[in-house]
Design a protein around this ligand. Sequence first.
Ligand SMILES: *Cc1c(COP(=O)(O)O)cnc(C)c1O
Length: 427
Amino acid sequence: MKTGLETKCIQEGWKPKQGEPRQLPVYQSTTFQYDSSDAMGRLFDLEDTGYFYTRLQNPTNDAVAAKICALEGGTAAMLTSSGQAANFFAVFNICEAGDHLIASSAIYGGTYNLFGVTMKKMGIACTFVDQDITKEELDTYFRPNTKAVFGETITNPTVSVLDIEKFAAAAHKHGVPLIVDNTFATPINCRPFEWGADIVTHSTTKYMDGHAVGVGGCIVDSGKFDWMAHAEKYPGLTTPDESYHGITYAEKFGNELAFIEKATAQLMRDLGSIQSPQNAFYLNLGLETLPLRMRQHCASALAVAKFLEADERVAWVHYADLEKDAYHSLAEKYLPCGTCGVLSFGIKGGREQSIRFMDSLQLISIVTHVADSKSCILHPASHTHRQMTDEQLREAGVAPDLIRLSIGLENTEDIIADLRQALERIV
Ligand SMILES: *Cc1c(COP(=O)(O)O)cnc(C)c1O
């Protein structure tokens, strides 16, 4: 049966049989029992599917991953302990020492560090590109050892919209997959596979959880990338894995399942970054109301963006649902139902006025988080990026006066009233 996203959020994933719990149970168990040595042996050989140890897989997690997979329109998915782990696994599953990837320079700071510093130490090089460059220019950054292209549907914190089709076309021309971090949009507002992305990642910590209770991540495979057609580039998927009795993932599992099977059997086994089943349970509760919440986050954020845009004390506002925004036409194409509840803006007068404004807020709190039910605010120049000079901030693409505002689910007029009274304190 073809179903809408609201139905998928409720019905996909856990499918109880007669007499089983209606709500997804938390399988709070490290281990699973078998009747014979042979039955367990077959699991270790990947001959049978089943659970044996929660470092690799757990039924609660798999039910939640299946729900996210259905929402994105993928063929296989896995949960990870964090969004950082999801992005690391997604790239490390197909890149090894000596390889290269291309990433948008506007991505989340944590991912920028992961690719630019930590993975560099592992021998994997990353070229960061301005995501607004032409496709001809993008073409010039590919090397023979390029194995993946990476971007975010809506960037954190600059809320720029990625031209997914442009990036997918460039990646496919060079025989490599496009990985898209779809955290801010969620599959409710954008499904990158419909525009050519091959792998999608999430920090489920944000809107999917939605209540700021559990850190988590997810990787979803579209099943569309043909690994065998580019066998020489991806030996990890297309040649025998000696640590698994010589199975070849792409042959044994096909394009639909190979990527997630390998990430589970090798990376989860060796690096063990699984989400706890309890957190997966919370995530599932969040997913049930995701469409309702995204609608409200977007409606309130647009009202706030319009309010800020009209205030003379505000220097600029970035929110792609605003008609004047530089990313408005990309948002109309890729995110026709709205972008997300996060926007960024600057106050006239720079750092000092920004700090006075933020300290005057009463309802909106200062926290290092975004995308949950409580409105919150952060000034990167004073908080996450405070060691940097104004010059260094500009190089990182973060204006010294940039304030990131995440609109929660409080009454819209109350949020605006709080912003108004704080703006009045700065003059
Ligand atoms: C927060 C975030 C991450 C990192 O996720 P964690 O769950 O905090 O590890 C990655 N990408 C984006 C776009 C994010 O907003």
